[in-house]
Design a protein around this ligand. Sequence first.
Ligand code: ZN
Length: 261
Amino acid sequence: MSKVYWIVFSKDQLWFSDQGKLPEESEILETLSSQENVRTIEDADGQYFKGVQLAAESLPKDWKLVHLRQAFEVLSANEYKVVCKLKELLHWDEEHQFCGKCAHKLDKLTDISKQCPNCGREYWPSPSPAMIVLVEKASEDGVKGHDEVLMIRTHSFPGSFHSLVAGYVESSETLEDTVEREVLEETGISIKNIRYVASQSWPFPFVQMIGFRAEYAGGSLRFQEEEIEKGGWFRRNNLPELPGRISLARKLIDQWLREGE
Ligand SMILES: [Zn+2]
């Protein structure tokens, strides 16, 4: 029998055992494993993971609470996937308790779905699509290394890093429309040559992040005050603090950095 690992959240934070790892079932208190809101998933290798949202008081005192963004720096790619999935499922569980059509309390249908016992309607979790874009500006004097990237810091970012412009898709928009609108709304500039690069599941709280690149087309930076704390154009040798390695933003930035080598 393979081990069962526990993913224990307190809001956006994750508990590591006193060993600094995801705790195994044998380390879990019985009161915890009998919780009602536990979700179990199996990864591609047949390894089981159980996830639960808990208040800090119910855990061993020597365990360590780590913000998910920091935890992502030490988790394996597989553990990242599992943690995201459980975080998103637990969030979805909490937000979808009643039928949107007839308001009855929903029953569990499968490990990842629910059904209304009154009208039969099924509910499956679906992430919100959000765009993130690396906007680059060609070197104005033609000198190699003088090209720049647009980076911003929103009021809601934790820590002190800068990242890329991002935003949610609105109804009737294409993904490219969203990218163009968000950049214009948040920074006042227009862009061209928008193209898809990569995507990533992002559990804050339940987002499918879709990454693009685009080129500066015109206008001057004028940041939307309610959303953006600060930002600007940066050269490779003068970058602000970057977002964590696991983030799609960082992957887009790293790709751009490598092109300048
Ligand atoms: Zn119903």
